[in-house]
Design a protein around this ligand. Structure first.
Ligand SMILES: CCCCCCCC/C=C\CCCCCCCCCCCCC/C=C/C(=O)SCCNC(=O)CCNC(=O)[C@H](O)C(C)(C)COP(=O)(O)OP(=O)(O)OC[C@H]1O[C@@H](n2cnc3c(N)ncnc32)[C@H](O)[C@@H]1OP(=O)(O)O
Ligand SMILES: Cc1cc2nc3c(=O)[nH]c(=O)nc-3n(C[C@H](O)[C@H](O)[C@H](O)COP(=O)(O)OP(=O)(O)OC[C@H]3O[C@@H](n4cnc5c(N)ncnc54)[C@H](O)[C@@H]3O)c2cc1C
Length: 627
């Protein structure tokens, strides 16, 4: 039967050891074992079903998410899962929820910005989930411009408290996930005011709801901000609105690792850079880069499997049509995305290392690598999320009409994913940060300070000094071009980290060869995409450009027989993919047919509303009434 046979035959053609590639993708044999075990645990648990998600009303959807979160937490306790296993469980449950913000932002903020005493007080409560926290930074009027936040935290020396207040409508906290209906606490970012003097934005731990009856505490107005893009998707999250009316908190609830306010109301700066107030964003941006490879690989897995099952035109001698994956146009759209998924995986691994390194240095009061860590996390977050969002949409198109059905899994994946281009920093705003970092590096070139890390290549490019003079005349005027320069810098990082990966010991028959092909596809595809820039700057000649294109075509042919095995190496369960088109067994058509009948519209043969609206038209009662 079509599908079954197609994918089985594809798998038999693979020229490399898929099991070893799974290890490379997972990062280690241990990680593969954990991820494999937990993904099956989730797939086999009926509470974690997600096939009806797109059809539920918001209330039912949200309640179901609460049920899943409670069940997940119960299983984590019962099975004594480690932090690594719990994170895998969250990943495979595959449903954005308040837990993400509690574990992914609230706890890391206390760890990164709290003093030891504050950590000792708050972390045990948070780890046991006796309190649930969120990250309340963005306001109705300001998201990107963090220094423009309006919420105030005024020190009252009489009572040794801060008064948290929302002075305007635009100062309402707006967007924080987990805030709307669940969180009992929040890290709230607001302006520190002492003696009428404004000391800029700092973080404060504020209790929002009673731990007895979950009602908002006095002076607090709180709610959900409403439905978001798509059905199911990010609507499982209670993104919230929050206003404070002179809410008092004890002085020791200001996060005081960066600066402290004494009992007398004096501000004392510690030796850590003030930018650490932005530290949680660096951590999360790094995580978002790893997640990009997951979302893109998931879409690519669906599109690749379906492209091997789907046949159109070109009857062969046996009377069967051509698999669409054999069309060169399909390959030239699909294989660069496959290569990108692997490229983002490896750059994500490297970024994780960079983040751990900068963290260790911070503990030892070495702050020298913080600007580079900020630039790399900001730039790579921007590059990988934009490419992934575009890539998911391309995968939908690669699946033709069926890709538009919710049962393909692609619409919901797209709807859940696209806000990643905005949250944790709008992608353009983040690229401007990278541009600023690059210009600063260039400006130091003549001063004897050698560029290091990801900017080391700059020391070798003489024209850069002139660039600097030009940019000095107007950063804002040139910002659109600077953003392109920032993207190019980040692309260079992605390609170099892929090449560095290939220099490691890579066991398994044919595995290294496949990765080399993917690395070359990624690099040549970027070159192809920006051919105009490469040619106009004289970096390559037209002859080299056409050789590169020919090489790209030849690489596609090299990858073609291995395409299915390369997506099998992601080791995704059917539950995680939640796509009829991407099924492991390729049994697409019978399952598509079956899925259609599950739609609530098919509960009755004659639809609700027939008698009120269809029958009168058919019987021409409406027309007669008007005549
Ligand atoms: C149902 C199932 C449940 C299962 C449950 C299972 C249990 C769970 C178990 C485990 C679960 C684990 C879960 C983990 C999940 C983890 C994922 C987390 C989920 C993520 C969800 C995301 C939700 C979204 C959150 C948000 O969006 S939060 C808000 C983010 N906001 C922004 O990003 C704002 C963007 N703006 C800025 O960052 C800045 O304001 C700015 C644009 C950088 C401008 O800053 P500003 O100071 O005004 O200007 P500058 O002059 O440019 O900068 C000054 C200076 O600072 C440097 N700088 C800037 N930023 C940084 C930084 N971040 N770090 C270091 N340095 C920085 C800049 O370079 C300048 O330096 P110089 O002066 O030296 O040049
Ligand atoms: C799903 C989702 C979840 C979120 N979760 C949280 C959360 O948990 N906690 C939290 O605090 N926040 C959260 N946010 C808010 C998020 O961090 C902000 O929306 C984000 O930082 C962008 O800020 P903004 O909305 O103010 O966009 P704006 O800055 O208003 O952007 C609007 C446009 O202006 C452009 N622009 C802005 N500044 C510049 C500039 N200097 N130069 C050139 N162009 C510029 C942008 O590129 C964009 O095109 C969430 C947002 C979403 C969508």
């Amino acid at each position: 039967m079509a599908g079954f046979d197609d994918l089985a035959s594809e798998r038999s053609k693979a020229q490399f050891d898929v099991e070893e590639m799974k290890v490379i993708w997972a990062g280690s044999r241990h990680t593969l074992e954990v991820s494999d075990r937990i993904s099956r645990l989730v797939a086999n648990d009926p509470v974690f079903r997600k096939d009806t998600r797109t059809m539920l009303s918001r209330k039912d959807l949200f309640k179901n998410t609460l049920r899943k979160a409670a069940h997940a937490w119960k299983r984590i306790i019962e099975l004594r899962l480690s932090e690594e296993e719990a994170a895998e469980l969250r990943f495979y449950v595959d449903e954005p929820a308040f837990m993400d913000l509690h574990w992914g932002m609230f706890i890391p903020t206390i760890k990164g910005q709290g003093t030891e005493e504050q950590q000792q007080k708050w972390l045990p409560l948070a780890y046991k989930m006796k309190i649930i926290g969120c990250y309340a930074q963005t306001e109705l009027g300001h998201g990107s411009n963090v220094q423009g936040l309006e919420t105030t935290a005024t020190f009252d020396p009489q009572t040794d408290e801060f008064i948290i207040h929302s002075p305007t409508l635009t100062s309402s906290k707006w967007w924080p996930g987990g805030l709307g209906k669940v969180s009992t606490h929040a890290v709230v970012y607001g302006r520190l005011i002492i003696d009428s003097k404004d000391y800029g934005v700092n973080g404060f731990i504020v209790q929002l709801r009673s731990l007895d009856d979950h009602l908002p505490l006095p002076g607090i107005t709180i709610g959900d901000i409403g439905m978001k893009f798509g059905s199911g998707a990010y609507n499982t999250m209670d993104n919230g609105v929050l206003r404070f009316d002179h809410v008092r908190i004890p002085r020791d609830q200001m996060l005081m690792r960066v600066s402290q306010v004494t009992r007398e109301g004096k501000l004392v700066q510690s030796n850590v850079p003030w930018q650490l107030v932005y530290g949680t964003m660096v951590y999360v941006r790094q995580k978002i880069v790893s997640d990009a490879s997951c979302a893109l690989s998931r879409a690519v897995c669906i599109a690749t499997r379906y492209s091997a099952v789907r046949r159109q035109f070109g009857l062969q001698s046996n009377g069967i049509e051509t698999q669409v994956i054999d069309y060169k146009t399909q390959q030239s759209r699909l294989f660069p995305l496959l290569a990108s998924a692997y490229a983002f995986r490896f750059v994500g691994e490297w970024l994780k290392w960079l983040y751990m390194d900068v963290n260790q240095r911070l503990q030892a009061s070495d702050f020298s690598t913080l600007p580079e860590a900020h630039a790399c996390t900001a730039g790579l977050k921007s590059l990988t999320t934009s490419a992934t969002a575009d890539g998911i949409e391309e995968c939908r198109k690669l699946c033709g009409g069926h890709g538009y059905l919710c049962s393909s899994g692609l619409p919901e994946l797209f709807a859940v994913y696209i806000p990643a281009c905005t949250y944790e920093g709008d992608n353009i705003v983040l690229l401007l940060q990278v541009a600023r970092f690059l210009i600063k590096t260039v400006s130091q070139l003549g001063s004897g300070k050698e560029p290091v890390g990801t900017t080391v290549y700059m020391g070798r490019v003489e024209q850069l000094m002139q660039c600097h003079c030009a940019v000095q005349k107007g950063f804002l005027e040139l910002s659109a071009d600077l953003v392109q320069a920032a993207v190019a810098h980040c692309q260079l990082i992605v390609v170099s980290k892929f090449i560095e990966k290939l220099q490691q010991d890579i066991p398994g028959k044919g595995v290294k060869g496949q990765l080399e092909a993917l690395c070359n596809i990624y690099a040549l595809f970027i070159l192809h995409k920006h051919l105009g820039d490469f040619l106009s700057t004289g970096c390559i000649t037209p002859k080299q450009a056409s050789l590169a294109n020919a090489q790209l075509r030849s690489l596609y042919s090299q990858v073609r027989p291995n395409a299915i095995a390369l997506v099998d190496a992601f080791n995704y369960t059917d539950h995680y993919l939640s796509s009829v088109l991407g099924r492991y067994d390729g049994n697409v058509y019978p399952k598509l047919y079956e899925e259609a009948w599950k739609d609530p519209l098919n509960d009755s043969v004659v639809p609700d509303g027939y008698q009120e609206y269809i029958q009168p038209i058919l019987k021409q009662q409406l027309r007669n009434a008007r005549l």
